[in-house]
Design a protein around this ligand. Structure first.
Ligand code: PLP
Length: 331
């Protein structure tokens, strides 16, 4: 079990924002992915010797799964569509950390038409049921980005930490903001808080309530809504999606994102360069519009906001190098 992560305060959009420092959860097993994979760290798996995952060669998941399997003494087979030539030549970031932790990174052979997930299922000869953890004999199979039920265990613990913090600070209400990829983290947190408020209301009306706000960083708002439905039909558990109407392409360099990242970093906390810039752009939009419209006045202005720092800093140096090459000359 992880120790409770600290909460700090920054100034943003002319108000105080609490930052939950989940990036400090564990040096090798950090943030979002560690919460989602916590189940695999704690659960007994007497027969398991190997974990199979897949995704991008630069993904935070890759590093976290490599750290996890090393801690457990398991083999990691991690499938990727492709490893860029420069990355093979100059291993860095999540890819390098995973190699250092002994990960076996497998490229899908050229000329295979199947998508990566289907290819992996075929290669390990296991049926696959969406969103369910899959243990076949000595192998655990983990869907991309940890998008499945077992993620709830670690995210419930995160939810309890936030409730405890609210109690300690005599706070009754909170809006928790976090940027989404698959939406798994945001949805399971929302589910935790909805269920918490049900159990709480019967016994103690003074217990805090938390609403989860998120934004899409991959594939747009419709894609994110679809992801929510894949996880559950219960729309009470679907977090509210905040958008300024613009779409930011995941991993693509964008001046506004770079500027926002530099702006929030001035508060003394290093944020991550793929999800957090979009997160803060949407949060700023939300805070500004909420403060303007009378309808939302109570929500945006009166309810304290916490931003969840989900880690992922290992990918920053290579993203930053790309940004510097692109924008430094132009100032
Ligand atoms: C994976 C990741 C996310 C997205 O999490 P989802 O549960 O897929 O929405 C956000 N931020 C960071 C730093 C991540 O590593």
């Amino acid at each position: 079990m992880f120790a409770t992560t600290p909460v700090q305060t920054i100034r943003f959009a002319e108000q105080a924002i609490f930052v939950k420092r989940d990036d400090l959860l564990h040096p090798d097993f950090s943030g979002n992915k560690a919460r989602k994979f916590q189940y695999f760290l704690e659960q007994d798996f007497p027969l398991v010797k190997k974990l199979v995952g897949y995704g991008s060669a630069q993904a935070n998941s890759l590093h976290s799964l490599a750290a996890l399997t090393k801690m457990r003494g398991w083999q990691l087979d991690y499938y990727v569509d492709h490893i860029a030539g420069y990355l093979k030549q100059n291993p860095q970031g999540n890819y390098k950390a995973a190699l250092d932790n002994g990960a076996n990174i497998i490229e899908k052979p050229a000329g295979i038409e199947l998508n990566l997930e289907t290819y992996v299922q075929q290669d390990i000869q296991a049926p696959y049921e969406s969103n369910k953890q899959l243990v076949v004999k000595s192998t655990v199979f983990v869907p991309e980005g940890g998008r499945c039920e077992y993620a709830q265990l670690g995210l419930d613990q995160l939810g309890r930490e936030i409730i405890e913090w609210l109690k300690q600070n005599n706070m009754k209400k909170l809006e928790l903001f976090l940027p989404s990829g698959t939406g798994t983290t945001a949805l399971y947190l929302q589910r935790f808080f909805v269920e918490f408020s049900k159990t709480a209301s019967s016994s103690d009306l003074s217990l805090p309530s938390v609403t989860v706000l998120t934004c899409s960083c991959v594939g747009g708002d419709e894609y994110l809504t679809k992801q929510f439905y894949q996880l559950t039909d219960n729309t009470d558990y679907h977090p509210r999606i905040i958008s300024n109407g613009k779409k930011y392409h995941f991993g693509k360099l964008n001046r506004q994102c770079y500027d926002m990242w530099q702006h929030v970093n001035k508060q003394g906390i290093e944020f991550e360069l793929l999800y957090d810039p979009v997160g803060f752009i949407m949060l700023e939009h939300y805070l500004n519009t909420a403060n303007l419209s009378g309808d939302d006045l109570n929500k945006g202005a009166a309810v304290p906001v916490m931003y969840l720092h989900q880690g992922g800093l290992l990918g920053n140096p290579s993203m930053l190098a790309r940004y510097k090459r692109k924008y430094q000359q132009q100032g």
